[in-house]
Design a protein around this ligand. Sequence first.
Ligand code: ADP
Length: 246
Amino acid sequence: MVTDTILRLEGLVKHYPIRKGLFNKQVATKRVVDGVDLEIPGGQTVALVGESGCGKSTLLNIIAGLLEPSSGKVLVDGVEVKGTGVDRGVVFQQYALFPWLTVKKNVEFGLKLKKDITPQQREETAMKYIKMVGLEKFVDSYPKELSGGMKQRVAIARAYAVNPSLLLMDEPFGALDAQTRTQLQTELLRTWEEEKKTCFFITHDVEEAILLASKVIIMSARPGRIREVLDIDIPYPRTQETKILP
Ligand code: ADP
């Protein structure tokens, strides 16, 4: 197993401007993330939990490079994050697929940013991950022809395809029904066994965090800080039955 630190957060702070007063002219700031330090070793699956509005998505979006921190920094493999990059694959709750592209083209999309691969390698890689998520019969389908669970599988395949150092997932199963969620959790457990990727994901479901993660980070609200980091010592491979272990 890889053990080097993949992700390091140093003194991360994020405040948002808030407008109030007459004609919203008065600008104040709201401190959402308030000095977060964190280290995540390679090969681990880490869950971030905390009450709604405590700053989890803000933190993940900063790591993804979609938001700039007000101060502090994010290092991935020792390199400071400055915007988005193929070293980080991101999966959102709402699929974020391109509706005008087929499943295959959606998965290939991120690979186009990689300069060192040929169109044929791009296609082979896309097909490998489409197979991994069991959608080989739907390569030429468009997102609107797929169920929510299938769309999320495409998003997961797309994130894996670029072979990122770090997978970031913001409530990846939050929009799915209970049965589909259970099915995708089981698939992810299997995939993680095979790929051993470092994964940082947000969930509001503590059972899901314990099922999937080797570390659970609990974030507190106002101020948004790391309250506790728990090691989940249940050995892998885990199954859905892990949830009901005493
Ligand atoms: P969580 O993911 O834990 O639910 P978020 O990171 O989405 O929390 O939001 C944390 C807080 O920051 C919330 O109070 C939210 O309303 C606020 N917030 C999020 N995005 C913005 C923004 N762009 N401008 C102002 N406030 C924001």
